[in-house]
Design a protein around this ligand. Structure first.
Ligand SMILES: Nc1ncnc2c1ncn2[C@@H]1O[C@H](COP(=O)(O)OP(=O)(O)OP(=O)(O)O)[C@@H](O)[C@H]1O
Ligand SMILES: [Mg+2]
Length: 222
């Protein structure tokens, strides 16, 4: 079995190769997000994409590491209740998590876990429910978002692709900003437009688009 430390260090380029062009690109992303929200502080940020496998979870996890390295108290929340992956990326158990907290009858302590990165905490998905959208759209989830944002400088939410299921669209109006991840050479133009349309329809505040997998001069990287 791998330890949490090595799992995260292997999976996340910001930990494995902090000096790489990719890690530098995440730091630029962090700065851009910071400057995009000078007028309106961004306390909750959601990431989604148009289709599966465009790199939402890796982008979010690396962004979270970069923010924590800049001394922010960061909380990552896995709201992808269909294909959760943040617990695997950080090598942590997922017996309890977001779904346990939503379904809990009374306010107890939340099953938030520390990660190998100082200042970065994770609320994993928890056991997968039969109807994820209902849970994410529940009043209890709204209260949880409030509670979570009071406990960190920034809360980052991972979600499923917005064109495939409505989960991200249900959450988007309840957070301060949305980051849309597209994959260079993989995302179809019409799908990207559809993702934007769906987010605009629910009045989401799209703070930016990340083009993942773009070929830079120094190689295949962010
Ligand atoms: N720029 C990149 N270069 C190389 N590999 C990448 C890049 N971005 C993502 N990957 C890899 O692609 C796979 C999918 O990435 P990831 O899990 O982040 O996507 P996702 O959009 O969250 O997928 P899902 O739709 O399942 O939630 C992972 O194995 C990840 O390591
Ligand atoms: Mg994912």
């Amino acid at each position: 079995m791998t330890t949490p430390g090595t799992a995260a260090e292997n999976a996340l380029i910001t930990l494995r190769e902090p000096g790489s062009a990719a890690a530098e690109a995440y730091r630029t992303l962090r700065t851009n997000i910071l400057f995009s929200s000078l007028d309106r502080p961004l306390r909750t940020l959601l990431v989604t994409s148009s289709a599966p496998d465009e790199g939402k979870s890796s982008t979010l996890a690396n962004l979270a590491v970069t923010m924590a390295q800049a001394e922010q108290r960061v909380l990552l929340v896995d709201c992808d209740l269909r294909r959760p992956s943040l617990h695997t990326l950080f090598g942590l158990p997922n017996e309890r998590g977001l779904t346990s907290a939503i379904l809990a009858q009374e306010d107890g302590s939340l099953p938030i876990q520390s990660t190998v990165v100082p200042g970065l905490q994770l609320l994993t998905s928890g056991p997968l429910p039969p109807r994820p959208t209902d849970l994410l759209g529940s009043r209890r989830m709204g209260a949880l978002i409030e509670q979570l944002s009071a406990s960190a400088d920034i809360v980052l939410f991972d979600t499923p692709p917005v064109v495939a299921v409505t989960d991200a669209a249900v959450l988007a109006p309840r957070v301060d900003g949305v980051l849309l991840v597209l994959h260079a050479g993989q995302t179809r133009r019409d799908r990207a437009r559809e993702a934007r349309r769906l987010l605009e329809k629910v009045k989401a505040h799209i703070v930016g688009v990340v083009l993942n997998g773009a070929r830079l001069e120094r190689g295949y990287t962010y």
